[in-house]
Ligand binder design. Structure first.
Ligand SMILES: [Fe+2]
Length: 240
């Protein structure tokens, strides 16, 4: 199965789909591209949003979209967030509310700046202290910052995972690093990070096709495997 773990398709909650028809349009595109299930991941910024108010608003909009998607035979939907890193994140009691569909997985966006030891330790502690599995969103975007190699080392030496945006594989400034990370098996997911039908449409099928054409059909197998594994764990919280 193809699981898209990063998409801004919940209407009216962030800079993604602006209304339900655009959200359904994005889901139709994803279906055409062979995507079976999608994790909706609206942005969450701890410094500007009230978590309880925001998650309630998101859940309401998500429920309406899920119902409409089901009726139209569109990909299965799950709720998550793209959580922008905040200080001392590993000490927060609220992280479980931001995990993907009550699982152990949490999608984290890092600041666009050098990656220091404080952040790396904090990310590590999210895993070791809270038992969660951080997935670093569009990791390719941090490749130009100091500390990127340390971040990669952390991913290799822990259960922390990484996601690459499909459009990065197809072109632009992060194409080389994306291909390198894929070939070195440092990335577990290719995701759409879709925002809009016209400006930032999903490109999953093209990215998979390109990887397979260049490196053989086996090159995309890890993405199917990781997607299936995550799908199986949806709804399975951290054991206490
Ligand atoms: Fe995103």
């Amino acid at each position: 199965m193809i699981l898209d773990i990063h998409a801004h398709i919940i209407p009216g909650v962030d800079d993604g789909a602006s209304n339900i028809s655009e959200a359904l349009g994005l889901l139709k595109m994803l279906k055409t591209q062979g995507v079976d299930a999608v994790i909706a991941t609206p942005h969450f910024y701890a410094d500007t949003l009230n978590l309880d108010e925001y998650t309630q608003r998101v859940s309401q909009s998500f429920a309406v979209l899920k119902q409409a998607a089901q009726t139209q035979g569109l990909p299965e939907l799950f709720l998550g967030y793209e959580v922008f890193y905040f200080n001392n994140m590993s000490n927060s009691d609220e992280l479980k509310k931001l995990c993907i569909n009550q699982s152990r997985y949490i999608l984290i966006e890092l600041p666009y700046a050098d990656i220091n030891d404080r952040i790396l330790n904090d990310i590590y502690n999210i895993q070791s202290n809270q038992g969660l599995i951080p997935i670093i969103a569009h990791i390719e975007r941090y490749s130009k910052f100091r500390g990127f190699e340390d971040l990669l080392r952390l991913i290799v030496n822990s259960d922390i995972e990484a996601q690459i945006n499909a459009d990065a594989v197809l072109g632009g400034p992060f194409k080389r690093i994306s291909i390198k990370l894929i070939l070195n098996e440092m990335c577990s997911y290719i995701a759409s990070d879709a925002h809009s039908v016209s400006k930032r449409p999903p490109m999953i099928a093209e990215a998979y096709k390109k990887i397979e054409k260049k490196f053989g059909p086996e090159a995309t197998r890890p993405f199917y495997r990781h997607g299936e594994n995550l799908y199986r764990q949806l709804g399975q919280p951290v054991p206490v």
